[in-house]
Design a protein around this ligand. Structure first.
Ligand code: MG
Ligand code: MG
Length: 269
């Protein structure tokens, strides 16, 4: 299947969806503290997406019952909000998506609730930075596998982390999950050429221990087999018609975090 190519007007609608995802994530982040339930965080997200004129692309997705995924500690992705209470020292990953006028956004972050453990915080920083390495490698004219290669190269340069194999990034547009699937590892120089109008969600997932995962009995939550703590960051970015990237789910379009790579973002969006 071909990779969906978006026009500038369509990318501008995706920007609106991206900003709604970002504002929702930031609002949820501000509420995360010991004692709050994950379902309370979900309610905050649901209200914000509604207020912003969007709809959730998570709720009802293959039967997923909530607006956000909340994954804690050894849980990596797809955790279902419920009565579980956030505890001191928890590693909390929030994944959120929204649709505006039929166009999708998708992003995620992970944070530690006080007290922060240094080794775990470093893993989060490595995971987040690896996402930027992936986006910086996935420029106009690059090959798709350059993204995963850059992610893996950076992560392995920083320590002995497990990089999840069964899950990865994806194309996004008129649906949340579209072609292509984007690995977070691998050799460079393979796959389709990256072109203007393409939009990708880049989402490295790494663990302090092994990359092996299992799905919990709720049939959704993905956790590490060795119960090591894990991290997940995600942004959706496009290649604009001028050939420059723009991160749709970041307030500044990714300008600050791409500048160290010598990459300027598109002024078109
Ligand atoms: Mg996501
Ligand atoms: Mg995603």
């Amino acid at each position: 299947m071909a990779i969906q190519i978006k026009s500038l007007d369509q990318l501008k609608i995706m920007r609106k969806a991206g900003l709604l995802v970002r504002s929702t994530l930031e609002l949820v982040r501000s509420q995360i503290k010991a004692g709050i339930t994950t379902s309370a965080l979900d309610a905050v997200a649901e209200a914000n997406i509604k207020r912003g004129g969007g709809t959730s692309n998570f709720k009802g997705y293959h039967g997923f019952p909530a607006t956000i995924c909340v994954s804690i500690n050894d849980e990596i992705v797809h955790g279902i909000p419920g009565e579980r209470m956030i505890m001191p020292g928890d590693v909390v990953s929030i994944d959120c998506g929204a649709i505006i006028n039929g166009w999708h956004g998708d992003a995620a972050f992970t944070m530690i609730v006080d007290p922060v453990d240094t080794a775990t915080q470093k893993m989060l920083d490595v995971c987040e930075e690896s996402m930027w390495h992936g986006i910086a490698a996935g420029v106009n004219g690059a090959r798709l596998s350059d993204i995963g290669h850059a992610i893996e190269k950076y992560v392995t340069s920083q320590g002995n982390y497990g990089i999840l194999r069964e899950y990865g990034g994806h194309g996004i547009g008129t649906a949340m999950h579209m072609e292509p699937h984007i690995l977070n590892y691998g050799k460079p120089g393979n796959g389709p050429k990256i072109e203007p109008g393409m939009v990708f969600a880049i989402e490295p997932m790494i663990a302090l221990g092994s990359e092996r995962t299992r799905v919990l009995s709720d049939n959704w939550t993905v956790a590490t087999v060795d119960q090591s703590r894990s991290s997940h960051f995600e942004n959706s970015y496009c290649i604009a018609p001028d050939g420059k990237p723009f991160v749709l789910t970041e307030e500044d379009g990714g300008a600050a975090r791409l500048a160290p790579f010598g990459i300027a973002i598109s002024p078109l969006i």
